[in-house]
Write a protein that binds this ligand. Structure first.
Ligand SMILES: [Zn+2]
Length: 419
């Protein structure tokens, strides 16, 4: 294990581009969001921002043109799509898609999912009437989880998060490696992700899909990948935060969930529910006559999101990242021992003077082909100053320790919060 012998943070600086390969869920919404553009537009859910029919027609035209362009590129590259690619998975996708779309705010528009020949875990929309899903995502998720992703993606269009730049960026990512290299870190802001999550989780419940499925996805991501708080700039909420937030949302909408079938009152509930309400009902609700409408208006969808707020969130995330990097200088590797061909145990001593919780240690390695492998190990409970703790790492992608030894690698602190 020569490559792992020394724990020397900061010596190897991997670029964001390299890391994006193992960033899975972050990829769900890669694309560029322009806050200023979006807030001047509309919100179909709350009516707080209004989009004219003409605006929407133009948006569809543009979004769909981008999709056509993408499909042409796929054909040119000899890649199949939809049923021709995988009949069974496409059928499954359509079934789930139809049920979620049916209860969405855009049910009157004719929408269609596209199944793309990619192993990656990704799905996106361009503001038109298509949702693009990579085959890799279908293969990794059950029906409830696919519904969660679809609901989230439809929500981005419903809440009008899709701007022109985003559309072109999204498409160029698929078609041009140069664009890919520029990175898609400046994806949607946290605020917009939360908004899409909120609508998406409600859609799941109304369509008869488990509203906790989104939480399941994020928890799994957290287990497998940690939060990578100090590794990348996070434009999305980190995995653990997203798991907690979607769970809180699911708690609120589970009352509408009827397993396996669309809630008969879906249309009414869609507009008036515990997560938001239409503007015309607001006065009523605040006067206490809103029936099922709760007083969660402070977090209501369509709440004004401005640059300042986005910047504040970015600042908060940067502070977290700094804290985690500081913790890294106090984590001392005392021992590592081979457990099997794909796992090894480590012993650490924490030399800092502030107690920690939510400690996740990471190991990152780059193979000769430039592919990045990243593994994490979670320490449950509190880590106090001077404390020693043991963690076992396991590769989850078939890479053996013998292979890891030949790679450029290092440990890092994936996440830690002050206790
Ligand atoms: Zn999103």
């Amino acid at each position: 294990m020569t490559a792992m012998r020394c724990f020397t943070p900061f010596l190897l600086v991997f670029s964001v581009v390299l890391l994006s390969g193992c960033q899975t869920l972050q990829n769900i919404d890669k694309g560029l969001y322009d806050v200023a553009e979006s807030i001047t537009e509309t919100d179909r859910v709350t009516g707080q921002r209004t989009l004219s029919a003409a605006d929407r027609t133009a948006q569809i035209k543009q979004g769909n043109a981008a999709i056509q362009q993408m499909l042409a590129a796929e054909r040119k590259a000899g890649r199949k799509t939809d049923a021709a690619l995988d009949r069974r998975e496409y059928q499954r996708l359509i079934q789930i898609f139809d049920r979620v779309h049916q209860i969405s705010h855009l049910s009157q528009e004719r929408w269609q999912p596209i199944l793309l020949d990619r192993d990656s875990f990704n799905a996106f929309t361009t503001g038109g009437t298509y949702i693009v899903v990579h085959r890799g995502l279908m293969q990794q998720l059950n029906n409830d989880e696919v519904a969660a992703v679809i609901g989230h993606e439809i929500a981005h269009t419903v809440a009008n998060h899709i701007g022109e730049r985003q559309t072109s960026q999204q498409i160029s990512l698929l078609t041009s490696s140069a664009a890919r290299k520029q990175g898609y870190q400046a994806a949607y802001t946290h605020a917009l992700e939360r908004e899409a999550d909120r609508i998406g989780v409600l859609y799941s419940a109304l369509a008869g899909y488990d509203p906790y499925a989104a939480t399941g996805i994020w928890q799994r991501q957290y287990q497998q990948q940690g939060n990578a708080r100090s590794l990348f700039a996070h434009d999305h909420p980190v995995n653990a935060e997203r798991a907690a937030e979607t769970k809180a949302l699911a708690n609120q909408v589970k009352q509408y969930y009827q397993s396996g079938r669309i809630n008969p009152s879906a249309a009414t509930l869609r507009d008036n529910n515990s997560l938001w309400q239409k503007r015309d009902n607001r006065d009523q609700a605040t006067a206490g006559e809103g029936g099922g409408v709760s007083a969660i208006l402070s977090t209501a969808l369509g709440a004004y999101v401005d640059h300042q707020q986005a910047k504040q969130e970015a600042g908060r995330q940067a502070q977290y990242a700094q804290f985690v990097k500081a913790v890294e200088t106090y984590m001392q590797l005392e021992q590592q021992r081979r457990v099997s061909t794909t796992s090894w145990s480590t012993r650490w001593r924490y030399a800092g003077n502030r107690s920690l919780k939510g400690v996740v240690m990471g190991f990152i390695a780059e193979d000769s082909g430039g592919k990045v492998h990243r593994y994490v190990a979670h320490q449950s409970g509190i880590v106090r100053p001077g404390q020693r703790f043991s963690l076992t790492f396991k590769t989850n992608d078939g890479v053996t320790l013998a292979q890891l030894e030949k790679m450029k690698a290092r440990y890092y602190v994936d996440d830690a919060l002050p206790y």
